[in-house]
Design a protein around this ligand. Structure first.
Ligand SMILES: Nc1ncnc2c1ncn2[C@@H]1O[C@H](COP(=O)(O)OP(=O)(O)OP(=O)(O)O)[C@@H](O)[C@H]1O
Ligand SMILES: [Zn+2]
Length: 508
């Protein structure tokens, strides 16, 4: 299938400019996203990174491209300091929890995937787990050594960044191998050199270690992404993504390894894309700071996970997004308004299951283009409706400008189009937005806070009492019922078919 609509432009961190996207193979766009280090629960900042990659992949599919998307799971090698020092994050977490690294990895991988599901993030074509690829990594490191790009120290096998052209170009640092790094290891030739194989200290056996030509040890973190992207996507693929922190070191090192491995100046991916940070008042949200906001914590306060997705979609991926509970509350209200409006449209037009099918089926394909689904929604639309599709498409095509696509959705709802056409447009748009708009019920969004004092049935009983009191014109009793519900965190919504909802505890 060929690309539809406006030409897609994407901002390439490598050239620091927005470029028209030209796939290497128009039949299959190859995409790699640096995955999580599974040593603790992902925080909302980490999840922003995957809302971004999911949006990218959905937009590619929406525009008619099939994708092969790889996300890795880092269960070895990521050190506590980016400056190639400190402990392995996984080892440290296992020590702290008194379990094995494998248990830690299994637990947090599962929790991570649960979070992605709750956020409407589609499964990648391939989840690649670092520890499944250690033999590939050893072979890759051996080739780097054969190509003269490494040197051995007591602590491990090091990559010599002076052996590749223009090291650090991605970070915008054209200073060569001496750029801004602290010398932390005795004998390193350049500050930016990094370990691709970390030898186990003599006389010590690590929980996770493998035999290698350089002795027992474990691979470096940067190595895994080069190896797994090469294995599944080839020497040069289309797009590589990660958070903006990866632009400075991790991706520079991946590029250097790819170049040394292939003996070329090519970087491994044509387009390198980076999402900006989720920040709070103290700066970048990060696990190391403690007291971290997780999706589970938001839900415990009564927010629906998709409210967080909508919050992310409301900011362009290259802008910082400031996190606050108030912002989540506002996104939740925005989502509720959308869902209420859509419920009214469904009541007006009658939404049959046949219309929902394409939206649901879109989730099964691990990267298939959305042509068929879009055709189901868009076939036979009026010229006025098609004009909305063009506006929406243009926003997506301009470097994934979702904040400009969302108002097109609002405009559709406010328009004079017939309800059936509005629903079709919403169904089509939502393939790219991933908010589950046609499926969501207002009831789904009324999430019960974890420490809620009342159960659903008790709320219903109190509401019935109140209704009876009102019918008997006993306004004191009716007000008392309202007040006791309010004290329990429940808002009564007269005139709303749902009648009531939990008031999310979304203030600091
Ligand atoms: N505050 C943030 N906002 C957006 N993306 C982030 C943020 N923090 C990390 N990321 C991204 O999340 C993804 C997963 O990162 P990873 O699991 O390795 O996190 P981490 O480095 O252990 O987390 P932390 O930085 O909190 O210690 C990466 O692409 C990373 O760039
Ligand atoms: Zn990576």
């Amino acid at each position: 299938m060929t690309q539809t609509g406006a030409p897609l432009t994407l901002f390439n961190s490598l050239t620091r400019s927005a470029e028209t996207f030209v796939p290497i193979d128009p039949k299959m766009v190859r995409l790699y996203s640096c995955g999580p280090t599974v040593y603790s629960t992902a925080h909302l900042g980490n999840l922003r990174a995957y809302v971004f990659t999911d949006t990218l992949r959905r937009v590619l599919n929406w525009k008619g491209y099939a994708t092969t998307h790889v996300i890795n799971i880092t269960d070895v090698g990521h050190l506590t300091s980016d400056a190639d020092a400190g402990d392995d994050k996984m080892e440290l977490a296992a020590q702290k929890s008194g379990t094995t690294i494998w248990d830690v990895a299994a637990r947090y991988t599962r929790l991570f995937k649960d979070d992605l599901k709750a956020l409407g993030i589609l499964d990648p074509s391939i989840w690649s787990v670092a520890t499944d690829h250690v033999q590939d990594m050893i072979a890759f490191a051996q080739t780097l050594q054969d190509h003269g790009a490494t040197y051995e120290l007591d602590g491990g096998l090091y990559f010599d960044v002076s052996k590749v052209p223009d090291y650090g170009r991605l970070a915008g640092q054209h200073g060569g191998p001496e750029i801004g790094r602290i010398e932390t290891v005795e004998g390193k030739r350049h500050a930016a050199d990094f370990a691709i194989w970390r030898k186990s200290p003599a006389g010590e056996q690590r929980q996770m270690e493998w035999l290698s030509p350089w002795g027992p040890g474990a691979p470096g973190w940067h190595l895994e992404c080069s190896v797994m992207s090469l294995k599944y996507l080839g020497e040069q693929f289309d797009i590589h993504t990660g958070g903006i922190d990866h632009r400075e070191i991790h991706h520079c090192n991946e590029i250097a390894q790819n170049q040394a491995y292939n003996d070329t100046a090519r970087t491994g991916a044509n387009v390198w894309m980076h999402n900006n940070f989720l920040v709070d008042r103290t700066g970048k949200m990060s696990k190391s700071k403690g007291g971290v906001a997780t999706l589970g914590a938001l839900v415990a306060r009564g927010a629906h996970p998709l409210a967080y997705r909508l919050l992310c979609l409301g900011a362009h991926y290259r802008s910082e997004l400031e996190f606050s509970l108030e912002a989540v509350a506002a996104a939740l209200t925005r989502l509720k308004r959308l869902v209420l409006a859509i419920a009214a449209l469904k009541a007006e037009a009658g939404l049959d299951d046949a219309m929902l099918r394409p939206a649901r089926e879109a989730g099964f394909g691990k990267g298939a283009p959305f042509d068929w689904q879009r055709h189901q929604f868009e076939a036979g639309l009026s010229a006025d409706a098609v004009a909305f599709v063009a506006r929406f498409d243009e926003a997506l095509a301009g470097d994934l400008m979702i904040p400009q696509a969302l108002p097109v959705l609002d405009a559709v709802i406010a328009s004079t189009l017939p309800a059936d056409e509005k629903l079709r447009l919403i169904g089509s748009f939502d393939l790219a937005l991933g908010l589950g708009l046609l499926d969501l019920d207002r009831r789904d969004l009324s999430v019960q806070p974890k420490d809620a004092a009342l159960a659903d049935a008790e709320v219903e009983a109190l509401l019935d009492n109140r209704q009876a009191a009102r019918a008997a014109k006993d306004f004191a009793a009716s007000d008392a019922a309202r007040d006791s519900l309010k004290a329990a965190g429940i808002e009564i919504m007269d005139g709303d078919p749902l009648r009531w909802e939990w008031r999310p505890q979304l203030t600091d």
